[in-house]
Design a protein around this ligand. Structure first.
Ligand code: SAH
Ligand code: MG
Length: 192
């Protein structure tokens, strides 16, 4: 599939790939900051991993996906873009495995209820001067919305994101900036 087809497939199958403006921000960040090694948590069908790898040909991406079907689809898409040398797909629950590598950028885009755990677990894999970027910090504008959200699941999800935002704001080891780009992006830099 090409990008248009991946975007269409994602829409039709409710696969929450990054919004265009969000992924543009990310690829620009990669190029502006000379990012080479990236760890992504939550590959889905490989869209953002492929986009990041195409930022420039020095970029290497390791990306973790737990869902069988999405993993298989991601493998296929990465092959079709001829990026299997620069993208390593790991089929696992990110909370069940341990990686040895150090990464300049860790991109968190998986289960919203586990963002704090992903952050705590993988910050040991962050290279010196590395950055942790997280997606969906606004969740379609619901995070800043005051009204009661009718669905219990959605309310829970939004509360998880709010907890994560508080966690980032109160984290003394990292300095976080929140951007109203895409579905909301946070950029957490480790204090020197
Ligand atoms: N980054 C992708 C979208 C990811 S959607 C893109 O923009 O193209 C989130 C994905 O995270 C889903 O496919 C889901 O299966 C996966 N996921 C959720 N929790 C996970 C976990 N604990 N470990 C690995 N993958 C996880
Ligand atoms: Mg996302």
């Amino acid at each position: 599939m090409n990008f248009k087809q991946i975007e269409k497939y994602a829409k039709e199958n409710n696969i929450p790939i990054m919004q265009k403006t969000g992924i543009e921000f990310l690829t620009k960040y990669i190029n502006d900051n000379n990012i080479k090694n990236i760890l992504e948590i939550g590959s889905a069908i490989g869209y953002s991993a492929i986009k990041m790898a195409l930022a420039n040909d020095k970029v290497k991406v390791t990306t973790i996906e737990k869902d069988d079907d999405r993993y298989l689809m991601a493998i296929k898409n990465i092959k079709e873009f001829d990026l299997d040398k620069r993208i390593t797909l790991v089929h696992a629950d990110a909370l069940d495995i341990n990686l040895e590598g150090k990464y300049d950028l860790i991109f968190i885009d998986a289960a919203k209820g586990q963002y704090i755990r992903f952050f705590d677990k993988y910050s040991k894999n962050l290279a010196k001067n590395g950055v942790i970027i997280s997606d969906n910090m606004e969740f379609h504008g619901l995070v800043e919305q005051e009204e009661r959200i009718a669905s219990k699941n959605l309310r829970q999800l939004v509360n998880h994101i709010r907890d994560y935002i508080e966690f980032l704001k109160s984290n003394a080891e990292f300095n976080t900036t929140f951007y109203k780009i895409g579905d909301g992006i946070s950029v957490s830099l480790r204090n020197e």
